[in-house]
Write a protein that binds this ligand. Structure first.
Ligand code: IMP
Length: 453
């Protein structure tokens, strides 16, 4: 029995709040893609934990697994675990032996490639998080990556490192003109230094019995009756296949990624629940087109500022202010089709309260034609003019009281808004986020209960 949580937009939809909520009903929470480019805050008993790699359930004693589809920076992983231990927790984290490692040279290459693009006037900069995600997935696809399992065998590790480092050094020197040995990054490309560091990682992984054959581990847990929650990071529109390429991350946040990135069969993932998490407006960190962006004039910029401030729209990992736009239904329809949503949760509905106006993009006009889905090329998407439907706004309300009292206590205009969105993507409405506090959620259905029905 599995529940998969997927970001429907551009990441930062507030997936963490629902993973926290429903993760309590799971025995195992699995991340299946991405790495420490994700960031979420878990609040448990009033204490706040900022995590980017450790699955959030680990804070409350659920087993957290980083699947083979993840890219793992071992220093981030071990320091997050240590920080949780320092605060009296004992997180049970397992890492797939088939997952790939983010090593220091990946971060260096990520930042120098981005810096080079930023100097270019062609608008090719992606605005990555600088965590080395892209270069690590490149090495994976290029068959020169180093996997968690490789670290466990000293000889294999040495051999794999020698090959991977020589290739990445050649890229740094030949493509980017970096004088590696005479730079602050010398250690990042030094086989001996990397080898020594990874031996320390190896000791920790062995000591804590952290590594698993992910597919086999999850198979056995599921056979024993465990409930598995797949925690997607990022979102559909930055999926490397289904997003607005090249302004994407390098993995598959969409639901198909849960099967590939964990070794659990597609039939198991597909016969479970797939819940799309939607933010009631759009935010984007990083570059790329955003047809509904509120940046056309001073009035729109003021609306965006208001939403940004109220919604706390600043990157969790990078602190960058996020770009803001109206909700984009073509984007959501695409997300629902790609992942096969059984339900949706709509977050940040409180943030829209009291706005002077409210609109939803219901389709686009492109080259004189009306279309209702996102074009396959970013160039065409950029040329789309949104077609809006206006909605009545609603007054500010007490999120905690509404969460307690349930859906009927929501202002009527807010009910109309969320019902319209769920209808448009042909999925049931499972939850509505009505406040920054995790408890401020109106729950209409729990996906694990749905599976029991
Ligand atoms: P990367 O994943 O660091 O390579 O960044 C690629 C693109 O994905 C950039 O536009 C990032 O801003 C975006 N991105 C990566 N992770 C997240 C996330 O967790 N939330 C929102 N955007 C993200």
């Amino acid at each position: 029995m599995t529940v998969t949580i997927v970001g429907s937009q551009l990441g930062d939809e507030g997936k963490g709040a629902l993973v926290d909520r429903w993760g309590g009903d799971a025995d195992v929470v699995v991340r299946y893609q991405g790495g420490d480019n994700a960031g979420h805050t878990v609040v448990e008993d009033g204490a706040e934990y900022k995590l980017s790699l450790v699955p959030s359930g680990a804070v409350r004693g659920t087993i957290g697994v980083l699947g083979n589809g993840c890219v793992v920076n071992p220093s981030t992983l071990l320091s997050e675990i240590d920080a949780l231990r320092d605060r009296g927790l004992d997180p049970d984290v397992r890492v797939a032996r088939r997952a790939h490692l983010i090593l220091p040279y990946h971060r260096v290459l990520d930042s120098i490639e981005e810096a080079g693009k930023a100097d270019d006037d062609d608008g090719v900069e992606v605005g990555t998080t600088g965590r080395g995600i892209g270069p690590t997935y490149e090495d994976k696809a290029g068959r020169r990556g180093i996997r968690v399992g490789d670290v466990l065998d000293r000889d294999v590790l040495r051999e794999r490192l020698s090959y991977a480092v020589s290739h990445n050094r050649a890229v740094a020197t030949g493509v980017y003109g970096l004088d590696v040995d005479d730079s602050e990054h010398a250690d990042a490309f030094d086989v001996d230094a990397l080898y020594e560091d990874l031996l320390t990682v190896r000791d920790r992984l062995l000591e804590d019995e952290m590594t698993v054959n992910c597919s086999d581990f999850l198979h056995r847990r599921r056979q024993a009756g465990d409930r598995v929650l797949f925690e997607g990071a990022q979102g559909t529109s930055i999926d490397v296949d289904h997003g607005n390429y090249p302004f994407v991350t390098s993995s598959n946040p969409t639901a198909g990624g849960a099967a590939v990135g964990s070794g659990v069969g597609v039939t198991a993932v597909g016969s479970g629940e797939v819940v799309g998490i939607v933010k009631a407006y759009l935010s984007r960190v990083g570059s790329g087109p955003l047809p509904t962006e509120l940046d056309g004039n001073d009035h729109e910029a003021a609306l965006a500022d208001d939403i940004r401030e109220r919604g706390g729209e600043f990157g969790t990992v990078t602190g960058r202010p996020r770009r803001i736009g109206w909700l984009d239904l073509p984007m959501l329809r695409h997300a629902s089709r790609v992942s096969g949503f059984t339900g949706v949760a709509i977050n940040h509905v409180d943030v829209l309260a009291g706005l002077p106006e409210l609109a939803v993009c219901v389709g686009y006009e492109l080259d004189g034609e009306q279309i209702d889905t996102v074009p396959t090329t970013t160039g065409r998407w950029k040329r789309c003019t949104p077609l809006y439907r206006e909605f009545d706004t609603w007054d500010a309300f007490d999120g905690a009281a509404v969460a307690d009292a349930g859906y009927d206590a929501l202002p009527e205009a807010a009910q109309t808004y969320v019902d319209f969105v769920a209808d448009a993507v042909d999925a049931d409405l499972y939850a509505i986020g009505v406040g920054p506090d995790r408890a401020a959620t109106v729950e209409l259905a729990n996906p694990f209960d749905r599976l029991d029905e």
